[in-house]
Design a protein around this ligand. Structure first.
Ligand code: E4P
Length: 215
């Protein structure tokens, strides 16, 4: 399973990249705005680290605009995946971009039928937002279960990128269902690494080691 960071913070990305557990990055207009930096400058820095998959979102809402922005973003670096929203225009733009060889991440997906459409137009990734569904009183993980079943029935090659992840149990459940990717905030990825018993155990080993005779 691939683990992505959902952030536009180069500092956060560099930390996880250096540890060696990061497979990719997703950004969105909200995350980019939070950094207060120029979008393309941030993208270039992330790509320069060597991260193999970096999703950058179009903000146009019409087909022509999405195609123009998508082609431009794709041209910035070979690691860029173009994020396109799940709308009629988004589906149309995805079909064209995919036919040109651009890898598209269809975003803002909230139903299994939307995921089916994303696969049919050739998206490389589909991004179901499970946390936002949970926030609404729905069970986001059920959507992942449905998409896994549908994609397997028809052998679609679109990868399921579990998005809007809020805590480590989301990652665990997504992995158990066989989702290809989970994208998460830095704080969630940190929690995947940590366990209080690891810290306690290490402290005890180091303390006991002091009692071992030297020399
Ligand atoms: C995915 O690509 C989105 O950027 C993201 O996961 C949205 O998460 P949120 O619901 O926490 O904003």
């Amino acid at each position: 399973m691939k683990l992505f960071l959902d952030t536009a913070s180069v500092k956060e990305i560099r930390t996880m990249w250096e540890i060696g557990i990061l497979d990719g990055v997703t950004t969105n207009p909200t995350l980019v705005a939070k950094e207060g930096r120029k979008f393309e400058e941030v993208l270039r820095e992330i790509c320069a680290l060597g991260v193999p998959s970096v999703s950058a979102e179009v903000v146009a809402t019409d087909v022509e605009g999405m195609l123009r922005e998508g082609r431009h973003l794709r041209g910035l670096h070979p690691s860029i995946y173009v994020k396109v929203p799940m709308t009629p225009a988004g589906l149309q733009a995805t079909k064209t971009l995919a036919s040109e060889g651009t890898r598209v991440n269809m975003t803002l997906v909230f139903s299994a039928n939307q995921a089916l459409l994303a696969a049919k137009v050739g998206a490389a990734y589909v991004s179901p937002f499970i946390g936002r569904l949970d926030d609404q009183g729905e069970v986001g993980m059920e959507l992942i279960r449905d998409i896994v079943a549908i994609y397997s029935n028809y052998r679609f090659s679109t990868e399921i990128l579990v998005a809007s992840v809020r805590h480590p149990v989301h990652v665990l459940e997504a992995a158990k269902l066989g989702a290809h990717i989970a994208t998460m905030p830095y704080a969630v990825m940190e929690k995947l690494v940590q366990h209080p018993l690891t810290d306690l155990g290490l402290a005890r080993f180091l303390k006991d080691w002091e009692k071992v005779p030297r020399g």
